[in-house]
Structures are given as C-alpha cells and as structure tokens.
Design a protein around this ligand. Structure first.
Ligand code: HEC
Length: 721
C-alpha cells in the first residue's frame, strides 16, 4: 500500500483538492567607534528596551515582543519610490534563505542555508567574517524542509546559532571564532535545527525539528557563558525509561494513549518563541504530532499535550505556567510553531495584554497572555476542519467529516498541511494596530493508512494519499493551481476582521515588516521585494530580486540613514515538494540566487544581469519502458525522492529537476549517485541501505517516463537548476 511521504502526491493534494562611520569598513574601526555595551547588565537592559533603539534590530523579532515593527520613518510613503539598492552580498550556499538578520550598532549578523554565519558592515555590505559550522551535507535527508536557517541571536558580544545537525554554537562577535559548541540533540535520530535561538537573562533558548521523522520534541535553555544546559521542557511525554524535564509529566501523560513513544510523538519546537521581561516568561509554539494519524499515535484518543500548543514557562526554571492547545489531538499537521507576537491591544474599550498567533490550522488566536485564556479566534482563510472555536471552552468545534481516522474515508480538508500560514513571520504595526500576515489557501485530501512500517530515510505519517497523486492531465494540474493561492492579509486583531489584502499567484511568499513610515514590506515567490501602503495595501514600490523571497525584511539605520535588508533565495519545503505548484507560485521561473539585498533612498548599486536562459527541450529518451517497472519506480520515487525533487519529478527551482538530468540516461551513473552516494557531500545521500539495484533501476525508468512526458507536453519553459 502506498503512503504519503512528502511527495509526488502533494500537488494533487493541494487541490483537490552603530554607529558605524559611513566611510569605515574595517572591523577594528567598528569596535573603536561603536558604543558597545561591555557590561552584561547593560546589554540585558538594551534588549529589554530594544524599542528605544530604532536604529538597531537587536533581537529576532526586533524586540522581545517580536512585533517586527520598525519605528523608523526615514523611508516612507512619500519617498519610497526612490528606494534603491545600496549593496548586495552573495551568500554561501544556493539553498532556501529564511534568515532574519540582527543589526547591532552598524554590524549585521545573519545566517545562510546550511547554518553558515556572517558578520557584515551594515553600511557597505563588506563581509567582516564568515563562520562555517561545516554541517555534514548528509544531514539534509533528516529534514523535511530544505537546509534552511532562520537566523542567529546576539548577546554580550556573542553570536549564537543552531546548526542543521543539532549543535548550538557561541561565536565571538568581533573575531568570528567559536567560543563553545554543544550538541543539543541525539544525532543518531532525525533531529534538525532550523529555527533562530532566542536570548534573555544570560540564557540561550533553542528547540529543534524532525517530527515527521520520528522524534520527540523539546525546548532547552543553555547558559550563554558556558554552554551548560540549564533546563529542558519535553513537549511530548517519553516512554518507559525516557528522560523527563520541567514539563508537568503526569498531567501531560494522561492525555496520551497507546505507545506513541515508539514513533517519537513529534511536537517539535522548530520556530516561534517570545520572551517577556516583566513576568520572566518564555512563550513558545509547539509542532504537530507524528504520525499524523491519531489511531497510530495515540490509539485514536486524547488531546496529546502539548502538540499544536502555545506554552508559557518560567524563563529561569523552565517550569510550566500555562498552555493553550490550538488543535487538541491534532491530525492534520497543524503546527502551532507559527510566529508569536506579544502586544497590548485595545479591545472593546479595554487594553489587553495579548499574545497573537495565526497557526497552520487557519484560525487567528488572541489570548490573554497572563492566563493563557482565549479571548477570540476567527478563521483568516477558508477552514473546513472545524466550524468555529468555542470561546467558553476554548476548543475548536471539529467537523466530523474531517476526522479521516474515524470515518475511514478521504477527507478534503482546508487548510492543507502547508497551513493557512506557515513559518513566514507576520508583523504588528503599532501605528495602524493591524497584523500583516502571509496567508495561504490550500486543501489536502487526508486518508488514513493504519499500516505503520517506518523507514529510516523516509517519513511515514499513517496517511495514504495515493488517491490524490498528481495526475498527468494538464487540465487537472491547471485546476489544482487555481485552487491554491496566497495573499498578504491586513488583519485587525481587535475585531478579528480583514482590512485589506494583496493577492499573489500562489503561496510561499515572504515574511513581513511594517514600519512607522506607513509601509509594509514583503518579498514574494514571484521574485520581487514589494512595499505596500500600511493603510490600504496599495503597491508603492517593487524591486525585481531575480529570485523568490521567503525571508522577512528588517530595517535599521546608521548615522541617520535608514536601510531595508532582506535575504533573497527561493527555497524551503514548498519548492522542494510541490513541483508544478512551486513553479506557478514563482511565476514560472524560479531559481535560487542566494543574496542579501540592502536598500536605501538614493542607493546606487545594481545586481549583475541574469545570464540563465530558459531550458532547452529535455533530451528525449525514446527507450521503451516497462509499465510495471515504471509503476514500481513511482513508488520508490514517491517514498524516497519526491520530498526533495518534487511532485511528478518536477523540480521547484532549488534542487535538480530530474526530468532533465543527464544521470537518467546511464544506469551505471544513476546507480553511483542514487545508491553509492557519490554526490553525498553536496546533499544527495546514497540510498543503498534502503534501496536495491532493481529499485534504483525502477526509479530511473519512472524518471525517463517523466522526461518523455515533459517532451510530449512541451514543458520546456521551466528555468530551474
Ligand atoms: C534530502 C533531499 C534529497 C532526497 C531525498 C533525494 N535527493 Fe537527489 N539530490 C539532492 C540534491 C541536493 C542534489 C544536488 C546535488 C548537487 O548539487 O550536485 C541531488 C541530485 C540528484 C541527482 C543528480 C542530478 C543532476 O543532474 O545533477 C540525481 C540523479 C538524484 N539526485 C536522484 C535522486 C533519487 C532517485 C532520489 C530518491 C531515491 C533522490 N535523489 C533523493 C537531494 C535529494
């Protein structure tokens, strides 16, 4: 029986269904001229009052509250048309770029794919140092979602990064040399780190990812000086003999059934966190369960704390304060790891201390962050899995038809596992009091598959989606594309209503920045950085970035000059798995050009001209194919390859499009890549532990059939690697 392994079927599924002196470039000059806080107490104060330093972007979401609103107004609705490129810097590694840069007193610290860290002169774009953690490229196969990294943290002259292979590293901010490094995960398991560490109170907080690949989630705090672990909070209870942390073990375990620990249980804390100084609280978002199918995970019952929850803990001790579970007993990959914003919002004549999140499940939640009690929840995109959220109980009212593990039938559910909103950060403007959120319209047909036989290099979700495999019929593909879309949504959290929207051709557009200049900045999958009016969404400015942008922009100033920076570089899970859909989102011509782009009014830099041409017709392989072998090849491809090389073997612009690969024309060369792993140092592992020569030959036959099909429909206009 065929299962869904982040693969080929996806597409069908979606349908149906410092002051740095302007002239100075050298690092030593910076430390001399910059008022760097030498005292730790002083730096803690600076972080707590980050709002009072609009020239800097000290923390991941600029302030502890993670609002991603810049109080700078040097670039505004009047002069944004004169916004020009000030400088650009090519990033190491041509994979998805998702980082938020940090800017401290004229120096920028950012990360690239494969967890590289860079320090850059924020005025000139000159690289000051480059730290390569040398992540083994074979780690790539442990992750669902590209080799991305969402940024570094800075505290007390140190830069902190979580690496894809699970290390947390402290780097000297001036020299770029490593101070300490700790392994935060069991590296024999499929853990990865893609999220940015958060810093406060002399501690570094870090989670991890890997839920689909059979891990148990947790978040940990490390001492920033020594790298010693201070506490750990497990989001999922362990099995017999497994360690426990600061979580409320008994209450948590009571919400689970069966033998979930055999599959890890999931609940990874792979992205969002926010810190609150007054109450010394760390808030973090928890991911989905694994397997997705609750029958297999928890004997079909139980809320399964703390899956899909927002959890508040004491930042010093890790002790539990409260949690709010967005999707009790979740079954649809509805992570609540999406961006968390803390704000004081006027609601019905009262100022409320709230926490806001728009998780994958499609509801926009406003919680009282002192108690964790739900204030309001409304759907911000089409939602079919629940009719509404009951304000009294705080629980969703689930649509029985969406419970595929109970009905045994296929349930077409919105949003899909890609979410009504994914990791791309939203922004809350303190001027307009609106949240600007990158929304996505998606649907997915879920069908239970109770046969659970985990494989080491593939995921098993307990969900069979073969009915939704991407068909070859171009008309059907067109329909799928039409049913999938993305937009920038301006949302009033006080009234839970849409104010305006900007439509895009597809999902997977960039994170958002709002500014006191009355502007909202967002990159798009289509290869532009856009500036919109914060009040009505009118497009005021666009810059062609030569690649899709998924990362969020930031703003800072040096010597009174305001800058906007964004990491450009198409990638992440969507282009890896959705094939034709990703091409459509990217307006037909995706390519990863990984670059840091920085803008100012009157900038005079220019990007080099693009040299790539559209692809030639794929070489036609006239070879006669055995239908049975092709069918087996599809199964192999679907399980082991489609998660990176795309639905229907259509590359989404980041990883080679195998329909056009020279390797499919030689059985020997293909085997060397696919079984022996001759490209493993480049991120393509060998699958000899999982696949036989017959399997590899079958996969090759399937790819040849895809080559022939591309030829038949004349699919030559796709520019990809
Ligand atoms: C974890 C992601 C991942 C998975 C899973 C994966 N690949 Fe790859 N593959 C890559 C990357 C990255 C490259 C590019 C390596 C490079 O830059 O040379 C690649 C390259 C290749 C190439 C060479 C393409 C060319 O023309 O240069 C072939 C052939 C290939 N993969 C086949 C497969 C097959 C068959 C499977 C499934 C059995 C598979 N891959 C699974 C990531 C993956």
């Amino acid at each position: 029986m065929k299962r869904f392994h982040f693969s080929t079927e996806l597409a069908g599924l979606l349908v149906c269904s410092a002051v740095l002196l302007a002239a100075c470039g050298g690092h030593s000059e910076i430390s001399q001229s910059a008022p760097v806080a030498k005292s730790k107490v002083a730096y803690e104060q600076r972080m707590a009052n980050a709002d009072a330093e609009p020239q800097n972007w000290l923390l991941h979401g600029r302030t502890f509250s993670e609002s991603r609103f810049s109080p700078l107004d040097g670039i505004n609705t009047q002069n944004v048309t004169d916004l020009k490129l000030a400088w650009y810097l090519d990033l190491p590694e041509q994979r998805g770029q998702e980082a938020t840069p940090i800017v401290v007193d004229g120096v920028m610290y950012t990360t690239s794919a494969w967890s590289h860290v860079l320090a850059i002169d924020a005025v000139t774009g000159k690289q000051l140092w480059h730290f390569d953690p040398k992540v083994p490229k074979s780690t790539g196969v442990k992750g669902c979602c590209d080799a991305v990294n969402r940024g570094a943290a800075y505290m007390d002259d140190r830069v902190f990064v979580g690496t894809l292979d699970g290390r947390l590293i402290a780097i000297d901010a001036e020299s770029g040399t490593q101070i300490w490094s700790v392994i935060t995960v069991d590296q024999t398991k499929n853990y990865t780190i893609t999220g940015a560490p958060r810093v406060a109170n002399g501690k570094v907080f870090i989670g991890n990812g890997g839920a689909e690949f059979g891990v148990r989630g947790y978040v940990s705090a490390y001492d920033a000086d020594s790298g010693e672990m201070m506490w750990r909070f497990y989001t999922v209870p362990g099995g017999p003999g497994d360690p426990t942390g600061t979580e409320p073990v008994e209450a948590q375990t009571a919400t689970w059934n069966g033998e979930w620990w055999k599959f890890g249980g999931g609940g990874t804390v792979w992205d969002s966190m926010a810190f609150e100084k007054e109450t010394n609280t760390l808030y973090f978002g928890v991911g989905n369960g694994t397997p997705w199918n609750p029958n297999l995970r928890s004997a079909g019952k139980g809320d399964n704390w703390f899956l899909s929850s927002i959890v508040a803990v004491d930042a010093s001790s890790g002790e539990y304060k409260w949690h709010y579970q967005t999707t009790p007993g979740e079954a649809w990959d509805y992570t609540a790891t999406q961006h968390i914003i803390l704000a004081d919002v006027e609601m019905a004549g009262k100022t409320r201390k709230v926490l806001m999140q728009a998780p994958k499940n499609g509801f926009f939640y406003v919680l009282d962050r002192m108690t964790g009690k739900l204030i309001s929840a409304e759907n911000f995109v089409n939602v079919t899995w629940a009719s509404h959220v009951d304000l009294e109980s705080g629980r969703p009212v689930v649509n029985p038809e969406a419970e595929y593990w109970k009905t045994g039938k296929t349930a077409l559910v919105s949003p899909a596992f890609l979410g009504g909103h994914n990791w791309h950060p939203m922004s809350y403007s303190e001027d307009t009091k609106l949240v600007y959120l990158p929304a996505q319209v998606t649907a997915f047909p879920y069908l239970a598959d109770d046969d659970m036989s985990p494989a080491k290099l593939a995921v098993n979700l307990g969900v069979d989606t073969s009915a939704a495999a991407l068909p070859d019929d171009p008309n059907v593909i067109e329909q799928v594309k039409k049913a999938t879309s993305g937009h920038l949504l301006a949302w009033d959290p006080a009234t839970q209503k849409e104010v305006w929207r900007v439509e895009y051709p597809g999902p997977w557009n960039g994170g958002v920045l709002s500014t006191a200049g009355g502007l909202v900045f967002q990159g798009s999958a289509t290869g532009y950085l856009n500036a919109y009016s914060a009040t009505n969404g009118e497009t005021l400015w666009q810059f062609p970035s030569q690649t899709g942008i998924v990362a969020p922009p930031i703003s800072y100033s040096v010597d009174g000059e305001q800058y906007i920076t964004v990491s450009a570089g198409w990638g992440g899970i969507f282009p890896l798995i959705t094939g034709p859909l990703a091409l459509d989102s990217a307006d037909g011509h995706p390519i990863n050009r990984s670059r840091l782009l920085t803008f100012k009014v009157g900038g005079s830099a220019e990007l080099p001209p693009t040299t790539e041409k559209l692809r030639d017709m794929p070489e036609l392989t006239t070879q006669q194919l055995d239908t049975k072998q092709v069918a087996h090849g599809f199964e192999v491809y679907d399980r082991y390859c489609g998660g990176c090389h795309g639905a229907g073997a259509v590359g989404g612009g980041v990883i080679p499009d195998l329909r056009y690969s020279g390797f499919i024309h030689s059985a020997e060369a293909f085997k060397q890549v696919v079984l022996d792993g001759i490209l493993s140092t480049r991120g393509m592992v060998g699958f000899s532990s999982e696949l036989s020569e017959e399997d590899a030959e079958a996969a090759r036959a399937y790819l040849i059939s895809r080559n022939q099909f591309a030829h038949k429909i004349g699919d030559t206009q796709r520019l990809s690697r």
